[in-house]
Ligand binder design. Structure first.
Ligand code: ADP
Length: 251
């Protein structure tokens, strides 16, 4: 079994007095493509904030790359793409190259000139997400799906080992959702980047994910897509708290 990249033990979290996560235990092994699903308000974003160190658990332990989160410093190993990333307005005055270069500012610092090597790294990341021909176009003129690819490129310049994506395909049309998942699959397989993806696209996710976690205050399920697909509508309705039809893609 490979090393866990993220490990949570007995984690509880409450906002003020409202318990949101209770007794969460799970590990994400290196190289996994984990899909995190659950109803709205189930605590998915809170869980991500705990992993990113934005919130601190009330109880329990979180480790990243085998280090307690309080001691963890290698934040450049973790890339984050949120659903709000793809909201640049038309005409926003930054090119794809400039947006991706922002990913390097942690390493290089603001207002410093990029070296040739940095420029090459930026262009390589843009190529890797299939956006090479758009490198000097304004980000605001691109579609939601294309913008999301650019935000992945912005993470890739830091050579992340873990990429966390919070509903990255909200507002992206169907055809581009498929292409977006193909890109994630490629990053996972070819660059061995561990992925944690919060999503409502349960059908398409079961085609790509290696692990699925269902969260609704507690962890209801953790298994592989096959086991997940074998859950009945009744199991899922109990978990979601309302009737659910599991939509799967026939391929
Ligand atoms: P999800 O991402 O699964 O929709 P969230 O983690 O956003 O779930 O929210 C879990 C619960 O915590 C919800 O009931 C939400 O209203 C509540 N919540 C989220 N953020 C805050 C906050 N900053 N203060 C108080 N309650 C919050």
């Amino acid at each position: 079994m490979s090393e866990p990249i993220i490990s949570m033990k007995n984690v509880d979290y409450a906002y003020e007095n409202k318990a949101v996560l209770s007794n969460i235990n799970f590990e994400i092994p290196q190289g996994a493509f984990m899909g995190l699903v659950g109803p709205n308000g189930g605590g998915k974003t809170t869980l991500i904030k705990l992993i990113l160190g934005i919130l601190k658990p009330d109880h329990g332990e979180i480790s990243l790359f085998n280090e307690p989160i309080g001691k963890f410093r290698a934040w450049n190993h973790i890339g984050f793409v949120s659903q709000k990333s793809n909201s640049f307005n038309k005409g926003f005055p930054a090119t794809v190259f400039e947006v991706v270069s922002m990913g390097l500012t942690a390493k290089v610092g603001y207002l410093k000139f990029f070296t040739k090597k940095h420029k090459a790294e930026i262009l390589k990341a843009i190529d890797q997400v299939g956006m090479g021909e758009y490198a000097y176009q304004n980000i605001g003129n691109l579609s939601g799906g294309q913008q999301q690819r650019v935000f992945i490129a912005r993470s890739l310049v830091n050579d992340p080992k873990l990429l966390i994506l919070d509903e990255p395909t909200v507002g992206v049309d169907n055809e581009n959702v498929q292409r977006f998942y193909d890109l994630l699959h490629q990053l996972n397989q070819e660059r061995n980047i561990t992925l944690l993806l919060v999503t409502h696209d349960t059908g398409i996710m079961t085609e790509h994910a290696t692990d699925i976690v269902c969260l609704n205050k507690t962890l209801y399920f953790h298994g592989d897509p096959k086991e997940y697909s074998s859950l009945t509508d009744r199991d899922l309705s109990r978990f979601y708290g309302h009737p659910v039809n599991l939509v799967t893609h026939d391929h």
